[in-house]
Ligand binder design. Structure first.
Ligand SMILES: *Cc1c(COP(=O)(O)O)cnc(C)c1O
Length: 365
């Protein structure tokens, strides 16, 4: 027993448990054909341009990367029509969540978020001494913005809004989110996590970037891990008021975004074709899954992402175990407060079909 005690809040949290890695399941089952539909990665990989850029970068591996990713920042600022001083890059957008809590939270500051949403908000808040205030969702896996407004107190410092939300896949209407932001006092940061921005297929979506000047407490987070297929390289970014960027630059690890990530992200911004085909195939996959769920009489949340949450009417744990035996990795909902639902990443045509036939088999056991 080690008697060196960590900070007391470490007792409240546990290690992040990701979807099982493919390699781990292969070792456990002794099988080679495993499909992963658990972590919302791009099933079509990454742009070939990104792969070329990574290869070209190998010769400079011994040099530290530039600390603010200036070349990428220049290109992305132009692309998003924002100023370069509004952008900051992280070792995944996960790291930017941590930079925000580390930089802005004082002991016992309250941070409002939905329940259920992306787990890293809560973990980072606790580590940095804040108090997570979790507001239950409405029917259909939707943010309850009225209840979140009501949860604001003197101690509120930050609000996380995951839009589209992970794990439910749902979005908030543009009008509703704008009304919410208008009501938040200007000393409270509103962080809109848009990790699945490129998958949204609705015009009724809040254009966060258009409101950054009017609401300097507003922050958008995006990532190269999802549609761009660079999850293993770890690169995401935040768009916010330059004064917030300046504070985060003081607290961030200097060499947080490695050379391969910077080069690959820069290159893949040019591959419109890869983005377009991924969107199209994801849409087709979503329609296929929705039709199959209807045929099987299963209800699901309306999704604007590359994953979908479906109610199996069975214990999610059982479904998860049975799918694992068949070499399919998904995310069971019982740990997220949805005991009979599972979250499935929309895969390739083959993967979706294998998943549906396995699910149908399991449901009829
Ligand atoms: C995947 C995901 C992220 C983290 O992405 P990284 O850039 O890989 O750290 C952040 N927010 C949500 C909601 C996600 O699903």
């Amino acid at each position: 027993m080690n008697t060196i005690s960590p900070r007391s809040q470490m007792e409240e949290i546990s290690m992040y448990s990701p979807g099982k890695p493919i390699e781990e399941l292969q070792r456990e089952l002794g099988i080679t054909h495993v499909i992963k539909m658990a972590s919302n990665e791009n099933p079509y990989g990454a742009s070939p341009l990104a792969q070329k850029a990574i290869t070209a970068e190998i010769k400079d591996t011994h040099y530290y990367p530039e600390i603010t990713a200036p070349v990428l920042k220049h290109k992305l600022a132009h692309r998003l029509d924002v100023n370069e001083n509004q952008l900051i890059f992280g070792n995944g957008s996960d790291e930017i969540i941590g930079m925000l809590t580390r930089t802005y939270l004082q002991e016992n500051d309250e941070v409002i978020m939905a329940s259920v949403t992306f787990p890293r908000y809560k973990t980072n808040v606790i580590i940095d001494g804040g108090i997570p205030i979790e507001v239950p969702m409405k029917q259909g896996g939707l943010h309850d913005l009225q209840a979140m407004t009501n949860a604001i107190t003197e101690s509120t410092k930050m609000i996380f809004v995951c839009n589209p939300n992970n794990p439910t896949g749902t979005i908030i209407s543009a009008h509703e989110l704008l009304e919410f932001i208008k009501n938040v006092p200007p000393h409270i940061l509103v962080i809109v996590d848009e990790a699945y921005y490129e998958y949204i297929r609705s015009d009724d979506y809040f254009a966060t970037l258009h409101y950054l000047d009017e609401y300097p407490n507003l922050i958008a987070l995006r990532t190269f891990s999802k549609i761009y297929g660079l999850a293993s390289l770890r690169i995401g970014y935040g768009i916010m008021h330059p004064s917030i960027v300046s504070e985060l630059l003081k607290s961030k690890d200097p060499f947080n975004v490695n050379r391969f990530a910077q080069a690959a992200a820069l290159a893949c911004l040019d591959d419109y074709e890869f983005m377009r085909t991924t969107q199209e195939q994801n849409n087709a996959g979503r329609q296929y899954l929705e039709n199959e769920f209807k045929r099987l009489d299963l209800s699901y949340f309306s999704t604007h992402t590359n994953f979908i949450m479906v109610d199996t009417n069975m214990a999610a744990e059982t479904i998860n175990d049975e799918l694992l035996k068949r070499g399919i990795i998904i995310r069971p909902g019982h740990m997220m407060g949805y005991p009979t639902m599972i979250r499935v990443t929309i895969g390739t045509t083959d993967e979706n079909q294998l998943f549906i036939s396995a699910l149908e088999e399991i449901l009829s056991i």
